[in-house]
Design a protein around this ligand. Structure first.
Ligand SMILES: Nc1ncnc2c1ncn2[C@@H]1O[C@H](COP(=O)(O)OS(=O)(=O)O)[C@@H](OP(=O)(O)O)[C@H]1O
Length: 486
């Protein structure tokens, strides 16, 4: 990932693939994204790696911190925890956010620049620039580039589709018609087509939600025999384990070919994609194309299962201090397995293993995305240095623990029923409680301020930033009876 290198440009836009791919994708709407204007990414300045800050004091940067950021906030993937650090960073540094009028940019419709509060396209360059665009949207590059400069740092986050499905099912149980009709996630995944109708209300939450959020197109589904429309191949659970954080590079242990068919020869490729009707949700060329396109746009894609490793890489890429990326987990649902063993098959019941395999197979585009970005993450970690990364991750966790002990009553997240201060009570939605934080009493005013920032949920923080950027205008009464004195 990273700026468009000549090699990448060639790979993406080489005459052969350009001709074939454009022809096909224009027919299915991908061109909407691709024709979004020249996406000229400037090479960032030299990124000297700086040692990460060992304390709350900000590190002295040896490179200029990057402050033009586009974060694609994908759903149910740990994105609120990332949003929290962006809110805090932007707030502390007085940066301008491109904010939605409410909390999302017209989701699930594709992002439109006109949805950004205060966006004025025709002001002859007098409009103050935005620094951070980070609230929920369905990604739409063309329109994003109306708001943010093309050399902004583009990043996002993905999560294992099995964990994401568990989270989405309980959160969107009443929002997605497919989920609503289904008694349980296991029942849904046992026969998803009994419940799922593409295009039905909220059903984008029920299948390939990451792919949807990235704004990638869905090919028309091939009509197939009743009951089982081109089912994605069931992944071999032994090959598709994702190991918990800290266990070393994992990309090699994943076998994407279990779902992404091996890249075909050029001749195969051409014959395969020459007709849109030949696309299906498991088509290798279709998936590869989408992934290559994402690689050309996004500088970093974090992985929820390796959240802390991702944070260290983020801090490094942005030339931020470690303390800029330390924060608490937000939007966690109570009573659900939060431990990372969920992502490995070890310790899972046979039933859980089956559910995991089915969820990954049903969400095959997301699984392909996940495998791809998991692999990129670990390639990046290799470059960064395993040992160096482990040291930084340990430092980050120690800082988080110290902050939790210092800021939080009980040193951890709380059931929302005990959170009486509305500023800290997270929005409750779905069938499980969403956990939040209660601040310890007796904090010094300075610590109180920092701890409040850490504990504030995303909606309240967005409101706070909104009020700061758009202070209510005080209308002074017009005193027309008295002449204005010079
Ligand atoms: N740091 C970190 N690492 C791993 N997982 C994390 C992290 N932070 C949040 N989470 C889990 O992400 C789920 C919430 O995701 P989002 O914040 O993206 O949800 S939302 O779309 O904004 O509603 C939610 O998952 P569930 O608890 O399974 O529902 C959170 O627990």
């Amino acid at each position: 990932m990273g700026p468009l290198s000549p090699a990448r440009t060639l790979r993406l836009w080489g005459p052969r693939s350009l001709g074939v791919a454009l022809g096909v994708f224009m027919t299915i709407g991908f061109a909407l994204q691709l024709l979004g204007g020249p996406f000229q990414r400037r090479l960032p300045g030299p990124q000297l790696r700086q040692p990460l800050a060992p304390s709350l004091r900000p590190a002295l940067p040896s490179c200029p911190p990057r402050q033009r950021l586009v974060f694609l906030k994908t759903h149910k993937s740990g994105s609120s925890s990332v949003l929290s650090l962006l809110h805090r960073y932007g707030d502390r540094h007085g940066l301008r956010f491109a904010l939605p009028a409410r909390y999302q940019f017209g989701y699930p419709r594709l992002f439109q620049a006109s949805r950004v509060k205060g966006y004025r396209p025709q002001t002859g360059g007098t409009q103050l620039p935005f620094h951070i665009l980070c609230h929920h949207m369905r990604f739409n590059l063309k329109e994003v580039l109306q708001v943010m400069p093309s050399d902004s740092f583009f990043f996002s986050i993905v999560r294992d589709p099995a964990a994401l499905a568990r989270s989405a099912f309980s959160y969107y149980k009443s929002t997605s018609s497919a989920f609503r009709k289904s008694p349980s996630l296991a029942a849904f995944l046992a026969n998803p087509r009994a419940f799922y109708r593409p295009g039905a209300r909220g059903d984008h939450y029920a299948r390939n939600l990451l792919w949807f959020d990235f704004g990638l197109p869905f090919p028309p589904e091939k009509r197939a025999k009743r009951g089982n429309l081109h089912p994605p191949r069931d992944p071999d659970p032994l090959q598709l384990q994702v190991f918990p954080s800290g266990a070393g590079p994992r990309a090699q242990t994943l076998n994407p070919n279990a779902l992404i068919h091996p890249v075909s020869t050029v001749a195969d490729h051409r014959s395969q994609i020459s007709s849109p009707a030949s696309f299906d949700l498991g088509s290798s060329s279709f998936i590869q194309w989408g992934l290559a396109w994402l690689d050309s746009v996004f500088d970093l894609v974090m992985v929820a299962e390796y959240f802390d490793e991702s944070l260290v890489l983020l801090a490094d890429a942005l030339c931020w201090g470690l303390d800029d990326v330390v924060g608490f987990m937000h939007n966690a649902q109570a009573g659900r397995k939060q431990d990372l063993s969920t992502f490995s098959n070890t310790g899972l019941t046979a039933e859980d293993q089956q559910l995991t395999a089915r969820a990954r197979a049903w969400n095959n585009l997301d699984w392909a995305l996940y495998v791809h970005f998991n692999r990129s993450l670990w390639a990046r970690i290799e470059k960064y240095g395993q040992h160096r990364l482990q040291t930084a991750v340990a430092e980050l966790r120690a800082r988080r623990e110290a902050l939790a002990k210092h800021c939080l009553a009980g040193g951890e997240a709380s059931d929302p029923k005990y959170i009486t201060d509305r500023r800290f009570r997270p929005f409750q939605f779905g069938s499980a409680k969403v956990l939040g934080y209660i601040l310890r009493s007796g904090l010094s005013p300075q610590d109180q301020e920092e701890c409040e920032r850490l504990a504030t949920p995303e909606l309240q923080y967005k409101d706070k930033l909104d009020a700061k950027q758009f202070p209510p205008t005080v209308s002074l009464p017009l005193k027309t009876s008295r002449p204005l004195s010079p």
